[in-house]
Design a protein. Structure first.
Lengths: 162, 539
């Protein structure tokens, strides 16, 4: 089972280490972890994706809440969220596969953001499942480097925010 | 005023009377400033014991214990003491000196990343970067340590911050408001009603009280509650003393080293009320037993403990004292006479018989006799090992306290903790009971006792080996004993003489009574060696 934790924390040095340390100390999984400042510069938002059984996922929320640098924890499943991941892929191309790469990029709405005579860099921003699919499609082409942000997510819009 | 003076001022404003510690360059500004204060300083002989002593003091006074050590090895030596306090939720403020702020990260002499190293053992930690922050940080630290689920808070103060000027010292008044920390104190009214409704229906309820009851000072409420609704009580190791041992409703300690009758009560109950207990492995080995076919109520101030090891029927977050108060507002009709009768029968049938050799002192009987003759409000500090188990099962607690390192099981805890307890309650009798292994882990503190005139009575239950491990090796490795022989231990009579402490040795059955009387006679420190059968076991 997968859960997304949107964790508002004090924007201070050492907080990321404390939260990450909690996961390793209690043997919780981190599938991905993204940190960034919010609209309030004293608050950062960590988006953590974790997997485990129901008991573990509940413990994660409780243990996060217990940390003194954590302001608020929101927990939701992928289905009730809008989630995105940004990925940059650098590939080697040649005359033979250039068209294929561009077609795949076109189909998956990826953009070519940089290019040289032998390499191109493609950017994709989509749900995690489709970034995975994109990588899979590029597998037959020679990938040089990949950088991914990990998932950022917010709960879907509702008329009553809680 | 500089940072160090501000630190001392904060301690004074928090009502701190004693600081345990060990100086070094990086904490010298603080130790210089404390000379101008009425706060008593106690030079402990190794840093770990500073935290244990502060823990002993905190547990008998209910106030935050304070220790202060230097950077690097001073700070890292403190970690086991901090971890011990963390495991048992004991409120401490631990101050460490740190190298000059500008040098942090460059691996200079006596630099250690102590906030990083201690992270998983502290409730919270601060690295002070600005001397102006000292009043706020100290105010927060004391508040965090002693509220909610209590625990140690670490404050790491670089030497330049201690020396930096503090323009205007203003100690925050009133309650601390932190957006990230709002412990729940009052139990949810609906949940409380549910608990009482279940109690009314229950035929065989039992309360299992943990250390949280003592930490919230709820023992009187627990006793009143148990008597009013006639509910039998068992405790975890940390909960010993929550009920008077001789209370007719008390059936002993649970767990794999507990009283058979207490475990039977938990097993046969149709309703278990866990209060201030973690459902940890030593107390409840198989959590499924207390959830299957039972109504499990789990009351704890820390929501993360509820459901961690056993899923309760009724979770109830809050402070034990408040919850008991609120529960007693609700009238219910219940009669558990039959159930109590069954438990009395169990306790008769399941009485333990022990097999010490006929010429040896039986440690269980010895501890019963000793604790029976101690003052009513005496403080008994048990160390870790066989002595701990014999103590837990046989110590008679009345209006006093029973202290031990339960969660961490840190050997060498008893002597420094007993010293801290005695300094916290100078008018009460304090007895530390350890084994010959654990004694040697903190015997250097005999000097501290002498230096500061702290009269603690120490009993060393001597069997010439690491008895608990030896017993485990006997049962698990078929008697292949590895690294448990304690040959080479000093002659304790000479050691006591060297420290100028009175010494008594008791070795033969029948000599206990006279020895115990001599041991307890006056208020002076005494070291008593009680020789037992080297092959004696707890089971």
């Amino acid at each position: 089972m997968k859960k997304i934790y949107s964790v508002l924390v004090e924007n201070r040095s050492g907080v990321l280490c404390k939260v990450a340390g909690l996961f390793s100390r209690r043997a919780f999984n981190i599938d991905s972890l993204v940190v960034g400042e919010t609209d309030d510069p004293t608050v950062s938002c960590m988006t953590i994706v974790s997997s485990g059984n129901e008991h573990t996922l509940e413990q994660i929320e409780k243990q996060l809440n217990k940390k003194l640098d954590v302001i608020k924890v929101k927990t939701f499943e992928e289905a009730e969220s809008v989630s995105r991941e940004l990925m940059l892929v650098k590939v080697k191309y040649n005359r033979g596969n250039r068209r294929d790469i561009m077609e795949i990029s076109d189909v998956l709405k990826a953009q070519i953001v940089d290019m040289s005579k032998t390499q191109m860099m493609i950017q994709l921003c989509d749900v995690p499942e489709r970034t995975r699919l994109f990588l899979k499609m590029l597998q037959s082409i020679s990938i040089v480097e990949v950088a991914r942000t990990g998932t950022v997510a917010l709960q879907k819009c509702r008329d009553q925010e809680n | 005023m500089n940072g160090a003076q501000a630190m001392v001022k904060c301690l004074e404003l928090e009502g701190v009377k004693t600081v345990f510690g060990y100086p070094g360059v990086a904490i010298c500004p603080f130790y210089d400033s404390i000379l101008d204060s009425d706060i008593r300083t106690v030079l402990i002989r190794t840093e770990q014991n500073a935290a244990h002593a502060a823990s002993g003091m905190a547990r008998v006074t209910g106030k935050v214990g304070v220790c202060a050590v230097t950077s690097g090895p001073g700070a890292t030596n403190l970690i086991t003491g901090i971890a011990t306090a963390f495991a048992d939720s004991i409120p401490l403020v631990c101050i460490t000196g740190q190298v000059n702020s500008e040098l942090i990260g460059s691996d200079v002499f006596q630099e250690a990343d102590i906030t990083g190293a201690a992270e998983s053992f502290v409730k919270y930690s601060y690295l002070v970067k600005n001397a102006e922050d000292i009043p706020r940080i100290f105010k927060e630290a004391f508040y965090i340590a002693n509220t909610g689920r209590k625990g140690p808070v670490l404050i790491d103060v670089p030497i330049d911050v201690q020396n930096a000027p503090v323009g205007k010292f203003r100690y925050p008044e009133g309650d601390v408001m932190l957006r990230t920390y709002k412990p729940t104190v009052k139990g949810h009214a609906v949940q409380i009603k549910k608990v009482m409704a279940e109690l009314e229906k229950a035929k065989r309820p039992v309360i299992c009280a943990g250390g949280g009851v003592l930490l919230s000072d709820a023992q009187d409420m627990l006793r009143a509650f148990a008597h009013r609704y006639q509910v039998p009580v068992v405790t975890t190791m940390m909960g010993i003393g929550a009920m008077q041992t001789e209370d007719e409703l008390y059936f002993g300690m649970v767990g794999n080293n507990g009283a058979p009758c207490a475990n039977r009560a938990m097993n046969d109950a149709d309703m278990v009320i866990m209060v201030g207990a973690r459902v940890a492995d030593r107390a409840v080995n198989q959590p499924e037993i207390i959830t299957r076919d039972k109504v499990l109520v789990h009351m704890d101030v820390d929501p993360a403990e509820i459901g961690k090891n056993a899923g309760p029927t009724i979770p109830l977050v809050g402070d034990a004292k408040h919850i008991f108060e609120d529960m007693m507002q609700i009238e219910i009709r219940c009669d558990h006479g039959l159930w109590l009768q069954t438990l009395y029968e169990y306790s008769q049938i399941m009485k333990e018989t022990r097999g010490s050799g006929p010429s040896y002192i039986d440690p269980a009987e010895f501890i019963r006799k000793l604790s029976d003759r101690m003052e009513r409000d005496a403080i008994y500090v048990a160390d870790v090992g066989q002595n701990q188990i014999w103590s837990c099962r046989n110590c008679i607690v009345r209006d006093g306290k029973f202290l031990t390192s339960g969660g961490m099981g840190t050997m060498g805890y008893s002597i420094p903790a007993a010293m801290g307890a005695k300094l916290g309650c100078p008018d009460r009798q304090v007895v530390a009971v350890c084994g010959d292994g654990s004694f040697q882990m903190s015997m250097m503190e005999l000097a501290t006792m002498r230096q500061h005139g702290v009269s603690v009575k120490i009993i060393v239950i001597a069997n010439g080996c690491l008895g608990m491990v030896r017993e485990y090796q006997k049962n698990t490795y078929g008697g292949r004993y590895s690294v448990v022989d304690l040959s080479g231990s000093p002659d304790l009579s000479k050691l006591a003489e060297a420290y100028g402490i009175r010494f008594i040795r008791v070795s033969g059955r029948g000599e206990e009574d006279a020895a115990i009387d001599a041991f307890l006679r006056d208020d002076d420190s005494v070291l008593m060696e009680c020789i037992i059968d080297p092959m004696d076991t707890v089971k």
